[in-house]
Design a binder for this molecule. Structure first.
Ligand code: BGC
Length: 266
């Protein structure tokens, strides 16, 4: 299977670190022109651009707070002016702001909902409008492709992280409802739902031996995930090889959603 995104433009939100960075670099290696969105980590975004360019690809760095409507509109404009039409949106930007439920401030709640969920609404709406205006490109099967980065926590409740789990559950219904509405226009949308992937977001866990041991009990496949485990699926899902996959979530979690606590139990 030869997956190649030559002449395709992909916009990755939150591309300066973690899974977003891995996906941006993987698309760059596969020939795409990559719009690297970041919010605060300018230096890291520049590293991503360098890495894409050194693998022969091209990129454009765009600073935007994707939870702000005006920023999203200008990000799409800037991307389009530079590269022309966008073909693929990777709705990735996301944060955690953990706290026990009773101690969670309203700000911690709204911030995570805005960054993780509202941003995906804003970017998907903009991408959808953009795809429809542009229409189908010769040789393509879909007029545009959207991948929402969700989490195993769209399914698994997560005490101590209700804002995060609620945002990911919201992404699932956002994605599926858009899929119902826009499928007839040949806009393809799906989610990828990573489990524990070694990135800065969960460094407190994987950098601590005891916590890591506990984490591994939740992963039947017996290892923590790497960013490329996720990026490879994103490449496949955005390609025409996955043309009949629409409105679904692919879990990339080493079996975390098998609820391993129930093995010999319950
Ligand atoms: C979270 C990680 C966590 C993983 C499994 C992800 O969505 O961002 O911090 O390790 O889910 O619980």
């Amino acid at each position: 299977m030869d997956i190649n995104f030559k002449d395709k433009v992909v916009l990755v939100t939150g591309a300066s670190s973690g899974i977003g960075r891995g996906i941006a670099e993987a698309f760059g290696r596969s020939g795409a022109k990559v719009v690297i969105n970041y919010m605060r980590q300018k230096g890291e975004a520049e590293e991503v651009l360098e890495s894409i360019e050194s693998s022969g690809g091209s990129g454009l760095i765009v600073q935007a707070d994707v939870s702000e409507e005006a920023d999203v509109l200008s990000m799409f404009e800037e991307a389009q002016e530079h590269f022309g039409d966008i073909d693929i949106l990777i709705n990735n930007a996301g944060i955690q702001a953990d706290s026990s439920f009773l101690n969670m401030s309203f700000k911690e709640w709204t911030k995570v909902i805005e960054v993780n969920l509202s941003s995906q609404f804003l970017c998907a709406r903009e991408a959808g409008r953009h795809f429809l205006m542009r229409g189908i490109k010769e040789g393509d099967r879909a007029i545009g492709n959207i991948i929402c980065v969700s989490s195993v926590h769209e399914l698994i409740p997560w005490a101590g992280h209700v804002n995060y789990a609620a945002s990911k559950g919201g992404i699932m219904q956002l994605m599926k409802s858009i899929a119902q509405e826009l499928g007839e226009h040949k806009i393809r949308i799906n989610s990828i739902a990573p489990g524990a992937i070694k990135t800065p977001i969960n460094e407190d866990v994987w950098s601590d031996k005891a916590k890591m041991k506990e984490l591994l009990k939740l992963i039947p496949y017996g290892r923590i995930g790497e960013v490329d485990d996720v990026a490879n699926v994103a490449l496949f899902l955005a390609s025409d090889y996955a043309d009949y996959i629409h409105g679904t979530t692919i879990f990339i979690d080493g079996g975390m959603t098998l609820f391993p606590g129930f093995a010999d139990n319950g």
